[in-house]
Design a protein around this ligand. Structure first.
Ligand SMILES: C[S@@+](CC[C@H](N)C(=O)[O-])C[C@H]1O[C@@H](n2cnc3c(N)ncnc32)[C@H](O)[C@@H]1O
Length: 617
């Protein structure tokens, strides 16, 4: 059977366009593809290359700077091929393009929901919020939350908030990631109060709640758990909540009853279920069948209870005698940091040598780095770094230390769930007590740790002594320039004698959100602001040192460590550096980085990531 001549013409046009794309002649490619895609859409099923042509069209649009149209075409492609990994990756790339405008299209949001549902969301929460705000009905519902309490309750009762309550993308965010958007927090806080007021208006006759609303309320409750209950509450809310807690306590022996689980769902908007008396038997009782909307939240609480059991099994390597270490330990016992969730899967396991040369191509390494190396992570927190490294590189021995048992039990639980329990030796220790420790390591990491010691240089020297000659050290330290607003907040806190108590911290957050401290407004751009433990880490830490790059250079000389490269910088900033310093392609000159930082003072907001080496023997 002969082919339709139009398909033959399209094949030829597509071949021309593909050549133009390969040769980076995007305007020419678009001149061919624009009419082709328009015509071929109607016969997409009969002309198999259509999908590829659409992918080429989206790519050419992107490269040609037509990002909004590229976004539309990319999402159209994903409607045809939802599992196309490359198309998903390209859509994610487009989401992070600053100037992008999101279409007000339910179809687009559905595609976005599908893609984000399979992605680690933390980098995409802000664009996802912008996509939600492109929806006129969503915007209007959000607007209604600016009214006073009574107006918000009325809007809720009359179903006027439905576009917000029933937005699947918002629920996806709420269940999975912090949303670093002040406007969203202000709105969600009001909505939370309205939900509580509505539910508790008549304790004898709670209102009917539809399934869709339960899903939203439970998602908002899960979000509060994720933020570690960071939102402030007013006295009226506290009062209603106390009554709700009593009601739950009274019905404590009938947790399977729908009315009890309904009350628990509302309670969870403000407090963890673990705050209820005898929570272990409550949530570990296998006989209780939890309503579907509550199940994810109950699983979080159950995981936390497992960690408490694991805490008793953590072995101690050193004592913790230093008063600063003890204060720091207490903070991280109360707020293990960070509460990460996504499995840091690696594409492949490679040798440490390959991995390190990927970070610094000119790094001279001994043959040991081609085999199974010995790694120490000092201050491993909740285990994210050891677990990611174990996933990525070949390691024979991994010792991961921290002061905090709660953090270590989080790490143990995650390592267990990911099948890595035997691969990492998690121990409780104060790194400043490791002098005289006999083992030596090829790689030592300490991320966000040394600047919390009373005497960072002393601790750093101890780690240097544990490093083999020619060994590599990855150290991350706070930047003085990037943390100016943090320093201002710390000053305010010290001047007022505020302690790191949950209500105090919530009040300060709320005051910053309300604009009471304009000089602290830049903190709203830090993701850490949106979780209570991370906020504590950000501005209430008992001990914090900050550095300039010349100070770091001086300390490296004292420690006899060589600076090899800077890591962890966002790609856009890295590109700026390389454009500015073409003669330093590996970024191995600290003086250049210092002048770069003078021009980009926020560049190291997520710390200086130093790749260092001890001179070979
Ligand atoms: C900000 S957290 C960083 C955790 C982890 N390195 C990360 O990047 O996810 C700092 C961690 O350092 C730990 N730490 C602080 N001082 C320490 C010390 N003297 N010895 C061992 N760990 C310490 C704390 O307990 C805390 O878990």
């Amino acid at each position: 059977m002969s082919r339709d001549p139009i398909f033959i013409a399209w094949d030829a046009a597509f071949a021309d366009a593909s050549l133009a794309i390969r040769q980076q002649r995007y305007a020419q490619a678009l001149a061919v593809l624009r009419p082709l895609i328009g015509d071929a859409a109607r016969k997409a099923k009969q002309w198999p290359p259509y999908r590829h042509a659409l992918a080429g069209y989206a790519l050419a649009l992107y490269r040609h700077g037509e990002v909004n149209e590229a976004l539309l075409q990319q999402s159209r492609l994903l409607l045809l091929a939802p599992n196309d990994a490359e198309a998903r990756g390209n859509l994610l790339l487009l989401l992070q393009t600053e100037a992008i405008e999101f279409p007000d299209s339910a179809e687009f949001r559905r595609v976005l929901h599908g893609v984000l549902g399979q992605t680690e969301l933390s980098d995409y929460a802000v664009p996802a919020c912008r996509a939600l705000l492109a929806d006129a009905a969503f915007r209007q519902a959000l607007q209604r939350l600016r009214g006073d309490d009574a107006e918000v309750v009325t809007a809720l009762r009359k179903g006027r908030l439905r576009p917000l309550l029933q937005a699947p993308l918002l629920q996806l965010l709420l269940r999975n990631t912090l949303i670093p958007q002040p406007d969203f927090e202000l709105a969600l806080r009001r909505l939370r109060k309205a939900l509580l007021m509505h539910y508790t208006a008549d304790p004898h006759r709670p209102p009917q709640t539809g399934k869709a609303d339960w899903d939203f309320i439970a998602a908002l409750a899960q979000y509060q758990w994720l933020t570690e209950y960071a939102y402030a509450e007013d006295p009226e809310e506290s009062q209603r909540l106390a009554a709700l807690a009593l009601q739950l306590q009274a019905g404590r022996d009938r947790p399977a009853e729908p009315a009890w689980q309904a009350a628990l769902t509302y309670f969870a908007l403000y407090r963890s279920g673990l705050d209820l008396a005898d929570s272990r038997s409550l949530f570990c009782q296998s006989s209780v069948s939890w309503k579907p909307h509550l199940q994810a939240l109950v699983r979080e609480w159950q995981a936390c209870l497992r960690e408490r059991t694991l805490a008793a099994t953590v072995e101690r390597l050193t004592d913790i005698a230093d008063p600063v270490s003890e204060q720091v330990r207490r903070q991280y016992e109360e707020h293990p940091f960070p509460r990460w969730r996504q499995d840091p899967q690696a594409r492949q396991v490679q040798s440490a040598g390959q991995w390190l040369r990927g970070l610094a191509p000119d790094l001279a390494l001994s043959a040991d780095f081609d085999g199974d190396i010995a790694v120490l992570t000092a201050g491993c927190g909740t285990g994210l770094e050891p677990i990611s490294l174990t996933r990525q590189i070949r390691i024979g021995r991994y010792l991961a230390l921290d002061l905090s048992r709660a953090s270590l039990s989080y790490a143990l639980r995650m390592a267990g769930e990911l099948g890595l329990r035997d691969r990492i030796d998690f121990k409780q220790a104060d790194l400043t007590r490791l002098d005289g420790y006999p083992e030596r390591f090829d790689l030592i990491t300490a991320s966000g740790v040394l600047h919390h010691l009373a005497e960072p240089l002393h601790g750093w020297r101890i780690l240097c002594n544990l490093l083999k000659p020619g060994g590599v050290m990855l150290v991350s330290l706070y930047s003085e320039a990037a943390r100016r607003p943090v320093a201002a907040a710390r000053q305010l806190i010290a001047a007022n004698g505020w302690q790191a108590e949950p209500d105090r911290m919530r009040q300060l957050r709320q005051a910053i959100l309300a604009g009471d401290y304009p000089e602290l407004a830049p903190l709203l751009q830090w993701r850490d602001f949106y979780n209570l433990g991370m906020f504590r880490d950000l501005v209430f830490h008992p001990c914090e040192h900050r550095y300039t790059l010349p100070q770091i250079a001086a300390q490296l000389r004292q420690l006899n460590l060589r600076f090899i490269a800077m890591r962890g910088l966002p790609p856009a900033l890295n590109a700026l550096y390389h454009a500015d310093y073409p003669h330093d392609p590996n970024g191995s000159d600290l003086a250049n980085w210092a002048s770069f930082e003078a021009r980009h003072p926020n560049a190291f907001r997520s710390m200086y990531g130093l790749l260092l080496q001890k001179p070979p023997p």
